[in-house]
Design a protein around this ligand. Structure first.
Ligand code: UDP
Length: 235
């Protein structure tokens, strides 16, 4: 299937229409941004690595009964996905305090939370993606109560699957962000799951293997992304 028109360009990906209106082609770029676009850069071959990591994790989730937009890998940087309509929500799941949550609740980064936390943010660059609750999401017409319940349950299921899987690979899943889209009557997991959208810490050393290396100028950014891919695919 070939790319037709660019339908969306985000910070890390481009989405193209195809001849079949049920499918999009998603292309992963090397561009990286942080702090609502204030920090910009490139991470060499990030697009290639994130395409493969996302494909791998979407397949893992599908095997575990989670419906995703992923269809198949097309090339180094491209995957074929179902043409969902993305809900303007960032769904964040957290197991360990880090980043904005640690700051907000006065916790030390690395403190284990007594239960996983789910947060919703309204995807809106102008407003800098404010955190919202279910009532705001319904008031804005983003999703119904039923859809929000499904998203919540699915996100916690995904957390269990990914947490257990990463642990086998010696990686702690600290937190991550999900996006969902509607496809007819269905809600599918969409976007990507990668070191751009997860906090991943080495279980032995605590070393960060994710975008915080870029955000916080910790160095060895490319190496960290490659390391995650290597651990995922090794038997
Ligand atoms: N996250 C993301 N995109 C965003 C905001 C957050 O992928 O626009 C991910 C981030 O990588 C982390 C989790 O969501 O794994 C929680 O992020 P947090 O709110 O702590 O973000 P911070 O403000 O610290 O970057």
């Amino acid at each position: 299937m070939d790319k037709l028109n660019l339908v969306y360009e985000g910070k890390a990906k481009k989405v193209y229409s195809t001849e079949d209106k049920s499918y999009f082609i998603m292309e992963f770029k090397d561009d990286a941004t942080a702090f609502n676009g204030q920090k910009k850069g490139k991470i060499r071959d990030k697009g290639i690595v994130n395409n493969r990591i996302s494909a791998f994790l979407f397949e893992l989730l599908e095997k575990n009964g989670i419906k995703t937009h992923f269809v198949k890998l097309l090339s180094e940087r491209e995957m074929l996905v179902k043409a969902v309509r993305i809900l303007p929500l960032e769904v964040i799941v957290r197991n360990i305090a880090a980043g904005s949550l640690a700051k907000k609740l006065g916790l030390n980064e690395g403190e284990k939370l007594q239960r996983p936390v789910l947060e919703l943010c309204y995807k809106n660059d102008k407003l800098q993606d404010p955190m919202i609750n279910n009532f705001h999401a319904m008031a804005l017409g983003i999703a119904t109560q039923e859809q929000l319940k499904f998203i919540e349950e699915t996100s916690f299921k995904i957390n269990k699957i990914l947490q257990a899987f990463f642990m086998q690979k010696g990686i702690i899943l600290v937190d991550f962000k999900l996006e969902y889209g509607t496809f007819g009557d269905e809600i599918l997991l969409a976007d990507e799951i990668s070191p751009d959208t997860c906090r991943l810490w080495d279980a032995g050393t605590g070393e960060k293997l994710d975008k915080d290396r870029f955000r916080r100028d910790l160095g060895k950014v490319e190496e960290a992304y490659q390391e995650v891919l290597k651990r995922l695919i090794e038997k």
